[in-house]
Design a protein around this ligand. Structure first.
Ligand SMILES: Cc1cc2nc3c(=O)[nH]c(=O)nc-3n(C[C@H](O)[C@H](O)[C@H](O)COP(=O)(O)OP(=O)(O)OC[C@H]3O[C@@H](n4cnc5c(N)ncnc54)[C@H](O)[C@@H]3O)c2cc1C
Length: 374
């Protein structure tokens, strides 16, 4: 008889875990306290983003996750766009970093190209070519429309892989073999908690020994006046170069970082870098800011969105864009340099958390890796 597993949390980490458990032969139940996923997994850019991951384990994990995303998306008819990404340089120091990264990434076997302004202009729309020096295009990035894709993955797991979902069921206690939803008990051989930024409620003692905090990000959504407008890729300005670990391989990055600290002190202080992705509805998703702590002011700061917009306007022509939504999202973030935390607080009970700002990029591969010996 096959074994039973319970997963708590229907964000991308919980869904990826449920999928990996089915592949290992478990019958799986997922418990989610809300009536649908409303956490970080539906609040992001939808960027599956291998370019941000350093060579080795993390890049391999990102590429494996991308492969799984594609398989699931095809099986479940989920829109996804293998549109790649471009990082733009308007200054000589940014151009130097991109040129170094092009050499390094090519050696690592990544599919990258250094594009001239004319090439960028001919392939993509809406990019400001005034003063543009070059762009580093990468082929590996993919976009999903998270508010649609996350529920669609859950539906696929339910219909295609017989995963049972229990919505509106907050799990209040876990013991070996049992989870408690109030007074109701559900039993399973294996329990995996994937509770995202809520790491206070269950196993607080285990988490008190983990170097983890939270990060709040402000985001915006725009519609373009022309309903047929497509950028044809995801676009990042120079500030993103100091955000992702993979870019640290460039020798000249330290000099660029120093210049940004002088030129953009408010941006550095608020963790602002600016990227835009476009979904199947043509909407343009723009962010973001990074604020760290355990408790956040619930109110968004208009002046931070203004910083984001001012910077966006340096590399995108946004006169035809109309703001349609603003929101924030919170993810758990490791503070010791680890990329996730995997705990085993009780026999046959595990916790997966701390995936930070790359959960859409890494979770499918991560879940497979963590469950290998379970
Ligand atoms: C604004 C923003 C932009 C981002 N952009 C990207 C991006 O483009 N690409 C990328 O790779 N990553 C991105 N990320 C990161 C990514 O979204 C997160 O890493 C990922 O969503 C975390 O998934 P999760 O399942 O851990 O958390 P969540 O999606 O928050 O899911 C956790 C779930 O657990 C449930 N839960 C918690 N406790 C209980 C309980 N006791 N009982 C039942 N249910 C419970 C919650 O209700 C929630 O639904 C972004 C994040 C944010 C916030």
């Amino acid at each position: 008889m096959s074994k039973n597993a319970i997963v708590i949390g229907a964000g991308i980490v919980g869904l990826a875990t449920a999928r990996a458990l089915v592949a290992k032969g478990f019958q799986v139940k997922v418990f989610e306290r809300s009536s649908k996923a409303v956490g970080a997994s539906i609040r992001n850019f939808g960027m599956v983003w291998p370019i941000g991951q350093p060579e080795g384990t993390m890049l391999n994990r990102a590429m494996r996750s991308r492969e799984i995303w594609k398989d699931v998306a095809k099986a479940a008819n989920i829109w996804h766009d293998e549109c790649g990404s471009i990082h733009l340089a308007y200054n000589a120091d940014e151009q130097l970093v991109l040129t170094e990264l092009y050499e390094i990434f090519t050696t690592q076997g990544r599919a990258v190209q250094l594009l001239s302004p004319a090439e960028i202009n001919s392939k993509y729309n809406g990019i400001n070519t005034n003063g543009l020096l070059c762009g580093l295009y990468s082929d590996s990035e993919m976009i999903v429309n998270s508010p649609k894709a996350i529920p669609a993955v859950a539906s696929f797991l339910a219909k295609g892989l017989a995963v049972q979902f229990y919505w509106d069921m907050a799990i209040s206690r876990i013991e070996t073999g049992k989870v408690f939803c109030g007074n109701t008990i559900f039993e399973a051989d294996l329990i995996i908690l994937c509770s995202g930024s809520d790491f206070e409620t269950l196993f607080p003692a285990s988490f008190s020994n983990v170097s983890i905090t939270k990060c709040k990000l402000q985001m915006m959504r725009f519609v373009h006046q022309d309903p047929n407008f497509r950028i044809n890729t995801s676009v990042c300005g120079g500030l993103s170069l100091i955000h992702y670990t993979s870019f640290q391989a460039a020798n000249s990055l330290a000099v660029l970082k120093k210049r940004y600290q002088l030129d953009y002190p408010e941006y550095i202080a608020n963790g602002i870098h600016v990227m835009v992705s476009q979904n199947d509805d043509g909407e343009l998703i723009v962010g973001d800011t990074h604020e760290y702590g355990l408790t956040f002011d619930p109110f968004d700061r208009a002046h931070l969105n203004k910083y984001v917009l001012d910077y966006l306007a340096t590399f995108m022509n946004i006169s035809d864009w109309k703001l349609s939504q603003t929101w924030n999202g919170i993810y758990p973030k490791m503070t010791d340099g680890n990329t996730e935390v995997f705990l085993n607080p009780l026999k046959d009970v595990y916790v997966i958390n701390g995936v930070g700002g790359a959960g859409m990029t890494l979770s499918f591969g991560l879940a497979e890796e963590l469950l290998v010996n379970i």
